[in-house]
Write a protein that binds this ligand. Structure first.
Ligand SMILES: [Zn+2]
Length: 624
């Protein structure tokens, strides 16, 4: 897609009110949908006065000094009375700010807050000249993870990747770092020769000899979807619109694992209409990536821990792909509305997996989702944090990463399942299709969603609204109307678990997927003797499993019960895997005993340099 097809030159009012970024005919949008930006507690920006519209980056990636430096040219739209534009920055070194005619701009870099960073307030010129910021990132840039060659699969080249969500984009680019503010961008990126650069944009498929890459992102995106990866990366196409990037030694395995991507994309489009981002590619990162995946538009970043060899963990790809609609296309206005991104995405992910692998398979995912939700709600309530079990969060003054819990994902998902069961799947699908279309390239927030769903889902279908709509969103804990889920495949695992508990060890596991194994392990009593674990391990070889999900739950049992024969493998896993989802439960289990505590600290001291900031941030609280 070319830039002319998007709304770069729109008038200020239209920016808020119209749907004109779409190629489709405009539809009327009702009044309760935002016409102004919602106040975002995690950004200093004042987009109602002046909002960035387009970024032009010219940056150099310097591995030796671990910094990104260069120029950020900003175009913006402003209200008539705006005197300045406010950007978010965090630990950036600002060298110079000028207008496009070369005049030096007045600016003030305010005091830095430990969570939010520092506001950069730039006086606007009288005409609409662009603003040029010459800057560099510092060694405290939280979005950037610099890996030594030793930390990569190939061991020859270093690697850089970014993780901008939730509010870390400001640590490598000066911008308005709020999910409510969308902009287009282009970039010129200089990297060392022999390396490829990738961004959330139109991407190269070959390494450029001069190390210079050009990117264009013609669709407006929020800042948290800005990304960059640089490494010795190779590409292999999967279908005409999809492909896989990875280090050369990982590429074949990754390509094999993800060869259903094209099919998934077709399923997703069949469910909720056109994919609007051009290509959909996936980059497999080195193991220190802190998340399972990150839905950077056009280029999902994924952990190598989903390379299981049997496609058993590809629901993660379905999840990131689903974000191309929920999250990337229709975006939560603030991180307090995170459930609008994630709850919708988990719902969509399960629908893709149901179409791809059947209902019994999707039921396992739903059952695991419910199990995780119940556990997390119980843990929040036990630790006196029941406020965090509300769908609508209040994260002001806190790190928005605190909202990355099963509440947004799984309670959000079950809320949508409840709506679906109430109105029927057909009507619910129509509602969702329409929702993604009406809000395409826009934001939504909880208080606008409530009247919208009342009108568009219930009234339109001649139905009374569900009586507990607001309880679902604003109450703590789990509602009485939480849908039940039955998994026939897990019912068989339940039988196996009872047999095992009675000492009947001959159980038929021949057709089990990794989901059954994960479920099996988590259904075993937490307290086991070391002898029990030895028996399990001898029969099922968990310690030697190549499947990270199985290892993730197995090592929790290992840690809790101090099953020493598995310690070396657990240690390796903790050192080489940076995915927070696995790290947190294992370290937490280790901390339950004195011996485990000592081991946890010893391993963490060694592993910490391998982890990304977002994992370190959580683990420091746990372990220090
Ligand atoms: Zn997600």
């Amino acid at each position: 897609m070319k830039r002319k097809s998007i709304c770069a030159g729109m008038a200020f009012v239209a920016f808020f009110q119209l749907n004109s970024c779409l190629n489709k005919p405009e539809k009327n949008i009702s009044d309760d949908i935002m016409k102004v930006y919602v106040q975002d507690p995690h950004s200093y920006a004042r987009p109602n006065e002046a909002a960035i519209e387009h970024l032009k980056l010219d940056i150099k990636v310097d591995f030796e000094n671990k910094k990104v430096s260069g120029i950020c040219d900003l175009s913006y739209i402003k209200s008539a009375k705006a005197k300045s534009i406010v950007l978010d920055t965090k630990s950036l070194n600002i060298h110079e700010i000028t207008y496009s005619d070369g005049t030096v701009a007045n600016y003030q870099l305010h005091e830095e807050d430990p969570i939010l960073g520092a506001a950069l307030e730039i006086t606007l010129p009288h005409d609409n000249q662009n603003i040029r910021i010459v800057y560099e990132s510092s060694n405290r840039a939280e979005a950037l993870q610099w890996l030594s060659p030793q930390q990569t699969a190939g061991k020859k080249y270093p690697f850089l990747f970014t993780q901008s969500q939730a509010i870390l984009a400001r640590s490598w680019i000066p911008l308005q770092d709020s999910p409510g503010v969308r902009f287009t961008y282009e970039a010129r990126v200089q990297v060392p020769t022999g390396m490829m650069a990738l961004m959330s944009a139109e991407n190269p498929q070959n390494i450029q000899n001069d190390g210079v890459y050009h990117f264009e992102m013609p669709q407006p995106i929020p800042s948290y979807l800005m990304c960059l990866a640089v490494g010795n990366i190779d590409f292999a196409p999967v279908g005409s619109r999809t492909g896989v990037y990875a280090e050369p030694s990982v590429l074949d395995e990754a390509h094999e694992e993800f060869n259903e991507m094209d099919e998934m994309l077709a399923i997703a489009e069949k469910l909720y209409d056109e994919y609007r981002w051009g290509r959909y590619d996936l980059l497999v990162l080195p193991p220190s990536f802190p998340f399972g995946g990150m839905e950077n538009p056009r280029i999902t970043f994924a952990t190598p821990t989903i390379l299981a060899g049997d496609k058993s963990l590809v629901s993660l790809v379905a999840h990131e792909l689903a974000h191309s609609w929920s999250g990337n296309l229709v975006t939560n206005a603030t991180w307090n509305d995170f459930w609008l991104n994630e709850g919708f995405t988990v719902y969509f992910e399960h629908r893709i997996m149901e179409a791809l692998k059947g209902k019994e398979y999707a039921d396992m995912l739903s059952a695991l989702s419910l199990q995780g939700l119940r556990e997390e709600v119980a843990a929040f309530i036990k630790s006196g944090k029941s406020e965090d079990t509300k769908l609508k969060l209040d994260l002001a003054g806190r790190n928005p990463d605190d909202g990355v819990t099963a509440i947004a994902y799984d309670k959000g998902y079950y809320f949508l399942r409840y709506l679906e069961s109430y109105v029927g799947r057909e009507k619910f699908d129509d509602f969702l299709k329409d929702y993604f279309d009406k809000f395409a390239f826009k934001t939504n927030y909880t208080e606008a969603f409530i009247p919208y769903v009342q009108r568009e889902l219930f009234e339109k279908n001649g139905l009374e609204p569900i009586p507990d709509l607001k309880e679902w969103i604003y109450d703590t804990g789990l509602p009485k109307t939480l849908p039940a889920v039955h998994s026939t495949r897990f019912a068989k695992v339940d039988e196996a678990v009872s047999a095992w508990k009675k000492g009947q060890y001959q159980i038929n596991t021949s057709d089990w997927s990794s989901h059954e194994w994960v479920y099996f392990i988590t259904q075993l009593p937490e307290e086991r003797s070391s002898g029990d674990l030895e028996k399990l391990d001898n029969m099922f070889h968990f310690t030697r499993s190549g499947n990270a999900e199985i290892l993730g739950v197995w090592f929790v049992l290992v840690a809790q019960n101090l099953y020493e024969p598995a310690f070396p493998a657990m240690k390796q896993f903790l050192i080489h895997t940076g995915r927070r989802k696995f790290l947190m439960p294992i370290y937490t289990a280790l901390l339950k005993t004195q011996k485990g505590q000592a081991l946890a600290k010893e391993i963490y001291a060694q592993a910490r340099p391998n982890y990304h900031f977002v994992a370190v941030n959580s683990l420091d609280v746990l372990l220090r």
